[in-house]
Ligand binder design. Sequence first.
Ligand code: INI
Length: 162
Amino acid sequence: MPRVHDGAANPDPEHGPASGLRFAVVVSKFNDFVTSKLLDGCIDHLEENGADSDEIDIYWVPGAFEIPIAAQKCAQTGRFDAVICLGAVILGETDHYRLVVDGATQGIARVGLDTGVPVIFEVLATQTVALAMARAGGSAGNKGEEAAQAAIEIARLLATIE
Ligand code: INI
């Protein structure tokens, strides 16, 4: 029989699946009217799933481009089971948008692979403010919650791989 591993399974229903896990959340101040809502959704979901609020550290960075360097330092401490990255890049009139999105995306991916600590990518990249707001607790849900769920699942899954 194959052995099936799924970080979403919770063998200890008395405690939530996030209990005992430590999280860093790196969140950008740029477009904070969006990112603060992602952060609220993320923290609520972690705590609803049993995370201890004393085991969550939140790091505010200036913009999405600075997320990777802060995420890298968090991961390198060895103190966290997952690092969650939250940002919002909204299309402007210049190519800066694409450069910021690409820098954040590639940097965040690299941190996870270089350190072995799961790093969750939830940097919204949208054409309009309305599209970003829809994903930050509006009609399209809250991507911060999804980021929290992904962090719980991948942290638990990695712990099963030996
Ligand atoms: N940073 C964001 O997080 N979102 C944006 O939409 C954005 N735009 O459009 O410029 C943005 N720029 C700042 C960037 O992340 C850096 O903070 C800045 O370039 C300094 O390194």
